[in-house]
Design a binder for this molecule. Structure first.
Ligand SMILES: N[C@@H](CCC(=O)N[C@@H](CS)C(=O)NCC(=O)O)C(=O)O
Length: 242
């Protein structure tokens, strides 16, 4: 089917780990955004990226009338995908569902409804706002059954650099900068208790090595290509090219 034709299937909008780690069958996919929300690392997580004793932090959406959140929409194929997402997001992650309008970046497709998984302050894993330096310290110190919490931040930032370089998410890229700085200060490699693939390790190691030694007050470079631009194409994370 022409990817720009209207689909009668259910679509889900990913703005966190769903951007770089699907785990379900999908058909067409579109880069784009939703309105009225901003992405924040304010949801705790005791399964994938943390434990009950040391919960990690993952992305959720916070209502903000004038904001837009960019990500990736997926056309779900079959009931299995929806059951998987309900288990991963709702049962394990504390997310709830909402329907909102998705605006494809290509401007060819008419905006259409998408299912979104969003964690609110009403769920037991909710952590809420905190200074980004504290969030970075928590992210750098946590890991869960899916891997290190720092990997979650670094791969999401890498996804945006690779697929939506025109989008600048101050919260995400400042957090990435602080996580990389702390990893370097603590001499944490991505292999420490968090086995990652060689490709990911290369990217994370190069990114950590590239961390400027100056203080935190330096304005985070808005282009943020300082990390991925040093990574030879063969070593880059495999991100979805759409
Ligand atoms: N609902 C958001 C966030 C989803 C998310 O990050 N969920 C976490 C916690 S349940 C997850 O599945 N993590 C998988 C992983 O960290 O590998 C999205 O659309 O991407």
């Amino acid at each position: 089917m022409n990817p720009n034709e209207c689909s009668t299937n259910l679509w889900v909008f990913g703005y966190g780990s769903l951007c770089w780690l699907q785990g379900f069958d999908y058909g067409n996919h579109q880069l784009g955004f939703i309105r009225g929300f901003s992405r924040k690392f304010w949801q705790g997580n005791n399964s994938h990226r943390g434990t009950n004793d040391k919960p990690g932090r993952v992305a959720t959406l916070i209502k903000e009338d004038e904001a837009t959140t960019w990500g990736l929409a997926f056309e779900l194929l079959g009931e299995t995908a929806l059951r998987y997402l309900n288990d991963r997001e709702c049962t394990k992650g504390g997310y709830e569902t909402l329907i909102t309008t998705f605006f494809p970046r290509n401007g060819v497709m008419t905006p259409f409804p998408v299912l979104v998984f969003r964690a609110t302050e009403h769920n037991p894993q909710w952590l809420g706002p905190a200074p980004l330096a504290d969030v970075a310290a928590q992210v750098t110190d946590c890991k869960g059954e899916a891997g290190h919490n720092s990997e979650y931040v670094l791969r999401l930032a890498e996804f945006f650099r690779d697929n939506l370089p025109e989008v600048h998410d101050e919260h995400l890229f400042t957090l990435e900068h602080l996580v990389l700085k702390r990893m370097k200060e603590k001499n944490i490699s991505s292999t420490e208790d968090a086995p990652v693939t060689q490709a990911k390790q290369e990217v994370i190691s190069i990114a950590v090595a590239a961390q400027p030694d100056n203080n935190l007050n330096q304005e985070v470079r808005r282009d943020s290509f300082q990390y991925s631009s040093r990574v030879p194409p063969s070593k880059k994370l495999l991100c979805l090219k759409v």
